[in-house]
Structure formats: C-alpha cells, structure tokens
Design a protein around this ligand. Structure first.
Ligand code: ATP
Ligand code: MG
Length: 384
C-alpha cells in the first residue's frame, strides 16, 4: 500500500492529433513545478500518477499542482494491489465518524472477478461493519471511490481536488501584458496564461510624478503572478516625457486617449523586439471613459501587427475582484500608490473619441522621437 496522486488533464481531449504536443508541454510543466521535490511520474493505462514522494510533502505538492494550468483535478489516493482481499482490507480501515457515504467502483480492468455494482455493495458492507454510519446513494457526505486499473493496481480515494483547468503554459506562445498597478491587469495576465500563454509584462511609470513604491508594487504584482505564469520579464518604461508633451500640446479631454495610443505603439514595438504575439490589457467594457467601444477603437487603431486580448472585457468589477483575491493580487493592487494614468488626469476625459481628432491632436507631437526615447530608456527586471 502506498500514497499516490492521480492527475486528471483538462481540455486536452479536444485537441485531436495535436494532443501529444499539449500533453508533453503539460508534463514538462508539472515536472518543472515539482522541481526540488522527490517524486516519480508515471503514465499507466490512461492515468498520470505521481508517487514516491515524502509523505510530509504531500500537501505542499498538491498545492503546487493546483496552480499548474491544464490540470483539471487531482485526487490523493491509496494504491493497493487490485485483489479483492487487498481492496477490502484497505476499505476496512476507513473511519467515517457517523457520516453518510456511498462507494463508487470503476472497473477499467474487466478481468477483475466481480462486477462494479456488486463489488461496491460488498465494500459498502465492509464500511458498515467497521463504522456507525449509513449508506446514502443520492446525497452522501463521503464518497469512497475505488478505481481498478489494468496495471493490476486499485486506487482508493475520497475527493476530487479542483485545479485551474485551462491549457498548459507555453502551449499558446508568449504575449505582452500591460501591467499597471491596478486590480484588473494582473487578473488579465492570469486569465491569458490560463489559456496557455507565457507572459512578459510592460509597465509605464511617470517618475517623479509617481513614486518608487508604485514601481515596487508592480514588481510585487508580477512576482505574485509568477506562481501561475512562471518567470516574467518585466519591461519598465518611463512615460513622463510623453505625458508632459501631451499635457503641453494637446487638449485635456484627449490626454488619456493619446496616452493609450502611444502605450499601444510602444507595446507593439516591444512585442516585435521580443517575439511576443499579442498585447494583453485589463480593460472591461464601460468601466471608465477610456474603456468604451469608441475609446478601444481609437486606441487599437494605431497597431496592426499583433492582436489585443482583453480577457476582462465582459466581466463585472466584482467578478474581477473575486479572481484577484483567488490569485492573491488584490491586497497588493489596492495599495494607494499613484499610477501614471492618474497623473495629469483631465476632469472630463472624452467618452466617444474619434480617430480623426486623435490624429489631429497627435500631429502636434514628435511621436517618433518620443517613442524612441521611451524604448531607449527601457529597464528590464526579470522576476522568477
Ligand atoms: P487596472 O486595474 O489594470 O489598472 P484600470 O481599471 O485602472 O485597470 P485603466 O487605468 O483604464 O483601467 O487601464 C486599462 C488597462 O491599460 C490596464 O488594465 C492595463 O492593462 C493598461 N495600463 C494602464 N496603465 C498602465 C501602466 N501604467 N502601465 C502599463 N499598462 C497600463
Ligand atoms: Mg489602472
């Protein structure tokens, strides 16, 4: 008898002929996540199984696996030889403390001598013999699962522990997350990583209008994301000169629109320089003036080499906050340091900007020089 962890893969079954590529990536990601732990990893008859780990590390290993994208769920199980006696003996040790229960038997090995239903009833009898409890087939407090596999082993377990789902990190390529210090953009990064994207991040600061602490906050957010996304290369770009130039030369209500357009242009350049296939933002439709359809049209209009992914677009703030709490970025996000977008914030930002008007306002700026200067001063912080 030994303890093992059974793994269930998520959406990979949709992948048809490409399944192998996804599966290989997921296995590699699991092994990377468990680096430093003692464990064995095996595939036996349709089940991925982790075994040979130190018992005291079990909870820690489960926690690590729970944040690997592509894993749907897992169960901590007891592995015994698939004989009637061994299974019965293991089931007889179960203590239920008055809880109602049922037994599920899954007999993948059809050579096992008793049919699933009959064996489940028999094992139910064993549990009743050893406990003060009752059977409840429809709403049991405890489900005892017995999975009899072709490798002549049986796995006995209680819970399905839910993991993240999604697709294996790296299987969709790499993209650039526009990371502010707010609540939404870390959530956007998490959501896109969950769909298989590795991430680099880009943060604009407006030192000295924004503080060193504001930058540290963004580094801390990126660090929290790395638990899910792996290593993040953070590009930090000073936006001060751009903002001063816009403030000086353009009408105030277009301040944010033009800032966003310049952010997008710089982001696209960084994508090209670093071989990144998309830009990710934390925008949500209608949340603020710069997140209307018209604003997004005018902002997106300046780039055409990479798509913009906005995974929070259809989410309410409370839904975004729930995810921020789940991934533990919320408390950091609400620390009260200024973001560059709040510096020079106009009283009445335009809600329905037009491309023509934005272009006209921009014509008063030396765009190329401003963008080149931003890129030349880029600072890189690698967060592992
Ligand atoms: P967040 O909570 O992510 O800050 P927000 O609700 O404050 O979003 P905006 O300030 O309008 O919304 O920003 C919209 C998106 O633009 C952000 O989600 C982020 O992706 C990007 N962004 C805004 N400010 C910055 C910044 N200083 N550096 C990098 N990206 C930024
Ligand atoms: Mg913000």
């Amino acid at each position: 008898m030994s303890k093992v962890i059974l793994l269930r893969f998520g959406e990979l079954y949709l992948k048809g002929k490409n399944r192998n590529i996804f599966e290989r990536q997921l296995i590699e990601n699991i092994k990377t996540k468990l680096k430093g732990e003692k464990f064995e990893f095996a595939y036996t008859f349709g089940r991925y199984i982790i075994s040979g780990y130190e018992q005291v590390r079990e909870d820690a290993i489960v926690k690590k696996l729970q944040i690997v994208f592509g894993l749907h769920s897992l169960s901590v199980a007891t592995e015994v030889d698939a004989t009637i006696e061994d299974i019965q003996s293991e089931v007889s040790k179960i203590k239920l403390c008055n809880k109602s229960f049922k037994v599920n038997v899954n007999r993948a090995d059809k050579n096992f001598p008793i049919k699933s239903m009959d064996f489940a009833a028999e094992l139910g009898g064993v549990v009743l013999d050893n406990n003060e409890c009752k059977v409840d087939l429809y709403n049991p407090q405890v489900v005892i699962n017995v999975d009899i596999r072709e490798n002549k082993k049986a796995y006995i377990y209680f819970e399905n522990i839910m993991c993240q789902g999604g697709l294996p990190l790296g299987s969709a390529g790499k993209a650039l997350l526009l990371l502010s210090g707010g609540i939404d953009s870390p959530v956007a990064g998490y959501l896109m990583s969950k769909r298989g994207l590795e991430i680099e991040a880009l943060h604009f600061h407006s030192y000295p209008y924004t503080s060193e602490r504001a930058k540290e906050k963004v580094v801390e957010l990126a660090r929290k994301l790395t638990g899910y996304t792996g290593k993040i290369k953070l590009h930090v770009v000073s936006f001060t000169k751009v903002q001063e130039a816009i403030h000086k030369n353009c009408v105030p209500e277009y301040m944010i629109t033009i800032m966003r357009r310049i952010m997008m242009r710089i982001a696209e350049r960084i994508c090209e320089q670093n071989n990144l296939g998309a830009i990710i933002t934390g925008e949500s439709l209608g949340q603020v003036a710069s997140q209307t359809m018209q604003s997004m049209t005018v902002t997106g209009n300046v780039i055409n080499r990479v798509p913009i992914f906005r995974p929070c677009i259809a989410m309410d703030k409370t839904e975004i906050m729930d995810i921020a709490n789940k991934i533990d970025t919320y408390e950091t996000s609400i620390l009260p340091y200024e973001d560059c977008c709040t510096v020079f914030l106009p009283k009445y930002p335009v809600i329905k900007p037009t491309i023509e008007k934005a272009e006209k306002e921009e014509s008063r700026l030396n765009l190329n020089a401003l963008i080149e200067e931003c890129l030349a001063g880029e600072e890189i912080i690698v967060i592992e």
